[in-house]
Design a protein around this ligand. Structure first.
Ligand code: ADP
Ligand code: MG
Length: 690
């Protein structure tokens, strides 16, 4: 075996900060980083052109036609200074076959000084000006001897203010100079079969092309990213499995008491997911499970029973909610059910009460605790936390979720989400977790009648609400914004509150996000207790608020909400056994797509169907008028558009790990490089160095 001198790491220059590139100072580096969403040289190379200007056409002036881009080799004939105000400066050029004009509305000294007889190469879009072909503000203008500076195929990158195209070109050029050959991390057979180039040639072909790049090249890079993502998730899964957990089992005594207090039998779905959770709890490995259950599907009792299993096993369990309000609500539910002591720990719990909770948790005297993220502060110490349940945390990223289990050395983690997650997302953002789905709702639940109403019909709608209130109903009225602003015509909760109060009097309450927490909670409590019966609210009622008596949900400007969010809101009603209604008020004029979305919501109550549809509509690029640029964490691939590639990448990654779990083979080593290039650091860290 020969001993090669240790090569310097080919990744190092790519992982280095942008400012290490020649010609890129701190200011430009910072601007670039903001634009491209990353501060490393490779991030710049992943900033792919939107399209390409093809400058290869080099017609004689005789053949120059408007439309399209041309590059012409010409001689300056004469200047025609502006004939009047707002007239352009014209430079007439010729090539022996004909004439053309270069037109400048903001001429620079460099332009006005171009001497007649000077030979130029000019490239730009061709238009007509007074019958003559013209290039208005041509993008490139060089003396003939520097014509090679004009790219034949010019990449056009997405830019922002403060970054000129030439700066981008220079920066990309410098970045490409530090891009060396990479070992192949993809399966050789796949690369051959697909006709893909290697990673480095692919980047070069896209960032500095000699000919217009083949779509296959982009596909290769998209696949690289999907592969790195799936490999990272597979590694995290494997890593977690390899860590010992603890077997939690119990005699079911506490559970039986809790179920008796609950007073209902579990649904078949609840029984099934609880069995899945129990199998994890009883197994020797750590649990990291996602419980997906549509709003109102009854996740809380499942969580409570899982937590009691931990207590039966002699340990502690914690339930974390995203807001103070929800923490209190869960606390009340658990307090009613639990045969053992339950404590509440939120930011609002202070002083002596707080100290006694902290002491009780540290001593193990408090077996169950419900709280907000305050639970995960350093000052909170458990004697023996065996299970952490996290409710409604679908907004967290993979890395954050992994941290949550860290409180208890071996704590199992159950994440509950009320937003059904589209399958594609499950595969990417949640790929490191096992998944349970709760699809049915507790028996006796009546469907929610959903209807659409144009804003113009508001007066009739208010009369219908008047009848419902007279019949004893409790009504949510959701508005998108709190204060009427000059720039917004959104229905304002305060204005609506004032109007409805004038009509219905003291039964009308108001809850919104800008209230003091205490005032808001009081408003919600009044509604829950029936002291008020029409609650005007912003989306604070979205997540998890449980008032069984609420039977009517009015949502103003429904077209401005995401579908999944509307579904969430609608789920606030229909919790009791009597018929419920959801009235979606919308702008009088609706676009076809907006109508389609609302109709979909009207016609289905299946949260999973709605989530998939919502995801597709977002993926389509326009949600509430805002451009959504794919999923977080992806810059080359669009997991929605590349779903087939994503599935392939998932299989490919699993296969590689099955053969080479430590990634030590040549391909495994190459795959480590891919993880680093694509920023899957968390996964790379689970591997031993090597
Ligand atoms: P979510 O999944 O949205 O958190 P909850 O756990 O709040 O749903 O449950 C919604 C409502 O259904 C609650 O009022 C709860 O008491 C009730 N519920 C849950 N499970 C059952 C069941 N098996 N039988 C009857 N009612 C149930
Ligand atoms: Mg809930």
């Amino acid at each position: 075996m020969t001993c090669q001198p240790v090569n310097h790491d080919p990744l190092a220059p790519l992982l280095a900060p942008l400012a290490t590139l020649p010609g890129i100072g701190a200011t430009l580096a910072e601007r670039l980083a903001r634009l491209i969403g990353g501060a490393r040289v490779i991030d710049l190379l992943f900033h792919l052109p939107e399209h390409y200007a093809d400058r290869r056409a080099r017609p004689a002036l005789r053949d120059l036609r408007p439309g399209g881009v041309a590059t012409i080799a010409v001689e300056v004939v004469r200047h025609e200074p502006p004939a009047g105000p707002r007239q352009p400066w014209r430079v007439v050029v010729g090539d022996g076959t004909g004439f053309a004009e270069l037109v400048f509305f903001r001429p620079t000294p460099r332009i006005t000084a171009l001497a007649p007889g000077l030979r130029l190469v000019v490239s730009g879009a061709v238009t007509l000006s007074g019958g003559r072909p013209a290039l208005v503000h041509p993008e490139h203008l060089q003396p003939a001897d520097r014509a090679s500076l004009i790219p034949a195929i010019e990449p056009i990158w997405p830019l922002t203010a403060g970054i000129a195209p030439w700066q981008m070109r220079k920066a990309i050029g410098a970045a490409l100079a530090s891009l060396g050959e990479m070992p192949e991390w993809l399966d050789a057979a796949l690369v051959r079969q697909r006709g893909w180039p290697g990673f480095t040639p692919a980047l070069r072909a896209l960032q500095a092309p000699a000919t217009p790049p083949d779509p296959l090249i982009r596909q290769r890079l998209a696949y690289d990213e999907l592969f790195a993502d799936q490999l990272a998730l597979a590694l995290l899964r494997a890593h977690r499995r390899a860590r010992p957990g603890r077997a939690l089992s119990g005699d079911g005594r506490l559970r039986a008491q809790a179920l008796a207090a609950f007073g209902h039998a579990l649904t078949a779905g609840q029984t099934r997911v609880l069995a899945e959770i129990d199998a994890d709890l009883a197994g020797p490995r750590r649990m990291l499970r996602l419980l997906q259950g549509d709003v109102g599907s009854g996740k809380t009792i499942v969580a409570a029973l899982a937590m009691l299993r931990a207590v039966e096993a002699g340990a502690q369990a914690a339930l974390m909610a995203p807001t103070e309000l929800l923490a209190r609500q869960h606390f009340r539910v658990l307090e009613k059910l639990s045969p053992v002591r339950v404590a509440l720990l939120t930011g609002a719990v202070r002083g002596a009460v707080r100290s006694s909770v902290l002491d009780g948790l540290a001593a193990g005297e408090i077996p169950l605790v419900v709280g907000t993220h305050a639970l995960f502060q350093e000052s909170v110490v458990f004697r023996d936390l065996a299970l952490a349940v996290i409710d409604e945390q679908h907004r967290f990223g993979v890395d954050q979720r992994l941290e949550l289990g860290a409180k208890g050395r071996l704590a199992d983690v159950l994440v509950m989400t009320a937003t059904p997650i589209p399958r594609t997302l499950l595969l990417t953002q949640w790929g490191e977790m096992e998944v349970s789905r709760l699809t049915e709702k507790p028996a006796g639940r009546r469907p929610i009648h959903t209807t659409l109403h144009a804003q113009a019909t508001l007066p009739e709608l208010i009369e219908a609400i008047a009848r419902a209130l007279a019949g004893g109903a409790r009504v949510y009225w959701v508005c998108p914004l709190v204060e009427e602003t000059a720039t917004s015509d959104l229905a304002a909760a305060e204005a609506r509150f004032a109007a409805l109060r004038a009509r219905f009097g003291a039964v009308v309450g108001l809850a919104h996000g800008r209230q003091e927490t205490a005032a808001r909670e009081a408003a919600l409590a009044d509604f829950a207790a029936g002291r008020t019966r029409l609650l005007v609210a912003t989306t604070v009622v979205e997540v998890g608020v449980d008032v069984r008596e609420a039977r009517v949900m009015v949502i103003e400007h429904a077209e401005r909400f995401g579908l999944a969010q509307l579904h969430q809101l609608r789920g606030r009603v229909g919790r009791g056994s009597s018929a419920s209604f959801c009235l979606l008020l919308h702008a009088d004029q609706l676009t076809a797509v907006a109508r389609q979305r609302l109709v979909l919501l009207r016609d289905t109550e299946d949260g999973f169907v709605i989530a998939d549809a919502d995801f597709r509509l977002r993926g389509g690029g326009d949600l509430l008028g805002k451009r959504q640029s794919g999923l977080p964490g992806f810059r080359l691939a669009d997991p929605l558009a590349h779903e087939a590639l994503l599935r392939l990448a998932a299989k490919d990654a699993a296969l590689l790990l099955a053969r080479d779990p430590e990634l030590v083979s040549p391909r495994g080593q190459a795959a480590r490089a891919a993880l680093r290039l694509f920023g899957r650091r968390e996964a790379a860290r689970t591997l031993r160095a090597g």
